[in-house]
Ligand binder design. Structure first.
Ligand code: CP
Ligand code: NVA
Length: 302
């Protein structure tokens, strides 16, 4: 593994190894406290962040490395100077670049020109670090991932794509339930389904909430992602039946609920469920750090 742009590029074994390593780190960082000693990682953000920014910064510190945060002061990459020059300069100082960008092609350009690994910390198409943390969380609470059924409910987006690829690679089942017209990208669905056909996983789509019956966990994300200026009022009525609330938890039979956050309480998820006994939402947030550290170790540790 040289970079992490999308989980599609990783083998099932690589994804499982990252999850195993993350669980091991979570138990005890002591053997790894100098693993990134003398190494520096640039974390750059074209979009806002709480979890990603803090979990990379503190996580890199736990491995003995140094994180350099670049905020949105430079605006979208490629405006003040080309993405190529950005990548060439940063590669002279740092050992890896973690980037949150508007356009996936910016990551592709960074990878093309940088001489250090690139980690996607969210783009318009994917959020691989999130899906790694999410399946690590499911592994902790539900056991073997090839027996897990996850129900994603809401807008088909970057998080959905990464969850579909993670599920497909891991031989898990994912049922994606979206309002008509808001499904994930059709090409990605077909790709994920063809991977799943080889692993014993399953990727299915529906607009019917009854498709969620039998899920181990339900998953919510915002109905409007960063960079999308659709007013909530214009989609609220269409999305309202897809809110994760105690009635949907009961009708699906799901024991657990996940949300990548930031969450909009009483919009895509109710506080009752978010703060309830089946919520794994803060475990997911914590696990971002361990999963990302496992990725950095596999990219950088000698
Ligand atoms: N889930 C997630 O990526 O959160 P942030 O946008 O706060 O980083
Ligand atoms: N789909 C959301 C995820 C936020 C972590 C977004 O892209 O804004």
């Amino acid at each position: 593994m040289k970079d992490l742009l999308t989980l599609k590029d990783l083998t099932s074994a690589e994804i499982l190894a990252i999850i195993d390593q993350a669980i091991c780190l979570k138990r005890d960082y002591t053997p790894y406290q100098d693993a990134l000693k003398g190494r520096s990682v640039v974390t750059l953000f074209e979009k806002p962040s709480l979890r990603t920014r803090v979990s990379f910064d503190i996580g890199i510190h736990k491995l003995g490395g140094h994180a350099v945060y670049l905020d949105q002061q430079n605006g979208a990459l490629g405006q003040r100077e080309s993405v190529k020059d950005f990548a060439l300069n940063l590669s002279r100082w740092c050992d890896a670049i973690v980037a949150r960008v508007f356009d996936h092609q910016t990551l592709v350009a960074l990878r093309q020109h940088a001489t250090v690994p690139i980690v996607n910390s969210l783009c318009d198409l994917y959020h691989p670090c999130q899906a790694l943390a999410d399946f690590m969380t499911l592994r902790e609470h539900c056991g073997e991932l090839d027996k897990v059924t996850l129900g994603y409910v809401g807008d088909g987006n970057n998080v959905t794509h990464s969850l579909m690829f993670a599920a497909a690679k891991l031989g898990a089942k994912i049922i994606v339930v979206c309002p008509p017209g808001h499904f994930p990208d059709g090409k990605m669905v077909l790709e994920a389904q063809s991977i799943a056909a080889q692993t014993g996983g399953q990727v299915t789509l529906s607009s019917e909430l009854s498709a969620l019956e039998g899920c181990d966990a339900l998953y919510a994300d915002t109905w409007i992602s960063m960079g999308d200026d659709t007013p909530l009022a214009s989609i609220k009525a269409k999305f309202q039946p897809y809110q994760i609330n105690s009635a949907l938890m009961a009708s699906s039979g799901a024991r657990y609920v996940l949300h990548c956050q930031p969450a909009h309480r009483e919009v895509e998820i109710t506080s009752e469920v978010m703060d309830g006994p089946g919520s794994l939402i803060l475990d997911q947030a914590e696990n971002r750090m361990h999963a990302q550290n496992a990725v950095l170790l596999s990219l950088l540790a000698k």
